[in-house]
Design a protein around this ligand. Sequence first.
Ligand code: AMP
Ligand code: MG
Length: 542
Amino acid sequence: MVPLTNQLPPSLTALRFNNRFEQQLPADPITDNHRRQVEYACFSYVKPTPVKAPQLVSYSKEVADTLRLTIDDCESDLFTQVFAGNTLLNGMAPYAQCYGGHQFGHWAGQLGDGRAINLGEVADQAGMHHVLQLKGAGETPYSRTADGLAVLRSSVREFICSEAMHHLDVPTTRALSLVTTGEDVVRDMFYDGRPKPEPGAIVCRVAPSFLRFGSYEIFASRGDHETLKTLADYTIRNLFPHLLDKADSEIGAAHYIEWFNEVCQKTAEMVVHWMRVGFVHGVMNTDNMSILGLTIDYGPYGWLENYDPNWTPNTTDATNKRYRYGHQAQIAQWNLVQLANALYPLINDAEPLRQCINDFASSYATQLETMRAAKLGLKAFQADDATLISELHKVLQLIETDMTIFYRGLADLNTEAQYQTDDQLLAPIADAYYVEAQLTPENKAEICHWLRQYQKRIRQDGTSDADRRTAMNKVNPKYVFRNYLAQLATDKSEQGDFSLVNELLEVFRHPYDEQPDKSHFAVKRPDWARERAGCSMLSCSS
Ligand code: AMP
Ligand code: MG
């Protein structure tokens, strides 16, 4: 334990823990921290490994507020020590979860929290539970061949992005804090045999639960239906209690089906949001799919810059592009099928599960249409709009077009004027184009043709430009966590300057607002970032 210099902050030490996961589910009886296969248990007790010189980089005010922590709490030494894993608060009972997963389409067996340690669950006044989880806090029984640590660059990316996603209205796990450890972590960033030391860091992630599809798959794969049922019942009672008439109701097949159906629906909703904001998860393995439909495990994710449905940021997936932007719904569905297979022993009837999967597909398709109509400022999606939208997607791919800037600019298009020249029409979206030379007369004509179709459609709705602009700017963000911004924040942080992390965190609190003095963070990717690793391509090294 590291000695504390200032007085103990009252609300931090007053955090009340109610560790439902740890108390209600079977624990691994072995408490020694060595790597192993863990059977018939949902978790193993393991303490974070203390670090040498922790330093607070940033914290999220909103998450702190949810936990009823004050600014003084967050800026205290105790806070840094706790969220670096050096000090445990009363009531914490740290553990790592056991789970498995399908990685890139193949069953990978036991994975588990290899570098995540759950400290405990805080119950807030409204009865909501918040699991506090340190990522990068040292080895666990699930660390397999790796070191249990995380580097600053990936931690900056996870910390900022998960908070940005929340403010973009995308369901996500949250992040309370980011600390550096004062210790180096060796990583071969490009997998080219040139490992080098990088600064280590720890993010404290927060979510009602970190259960994943793989949490259920592991027990089904081992034929351990008893633990599978225990975990499924736990999940329904604690995380989906509205599916039960009474808290002590018996849980049976009908409940498992309703629960699975809800997981399908929440997953569909999450992917529609990803499509709306141009987010590509990058590693949609079943161990990275939250049972609550939250975006989880921010690794080599990326944001679409030029609109390209085939784009993936993950260099590990460069050949097959399994997890490319335009394929995320199909992959979500494939993952749901794996979850359905895992839950089948509890239900013994494939038909209702198949129905839920079908409903996922139809509900996703409907939500996607609604979302796309909203991005265009249409009052509602009409059958004919399918053509308008597919033509738009052709136009967006005709030449390199920044998706975020395009939609934001489109909101400024004048649909009320009687006649506009091509140049007048193009002016509001001019910033979206990456390569001036690609704006040939033919391409301009094609874009303008679409813009005129769009104007016609808006006039048919009878929406005023002012109202349309307001509506569009609520669903089309001005600020997204562009890949090169992550790189800039990391570069500075590695020099010990955390100002950009904090500035970006602040900007992303209001991603739909104009924030004119921050508009340099809304510009398209600069040329230097086009091919630079970390900006347009990322490996899984983190
Ligand atoms: P991911 O694809 O990043 O979600 O990770 C897949 C599995 O590898 C999970 O079980 C992680 O906990 C584990 N893992 C990833 N990085 C590390 C690390 N540095 N040390 C230990 N386990 C890790
Ligand atoms: Mg993971």
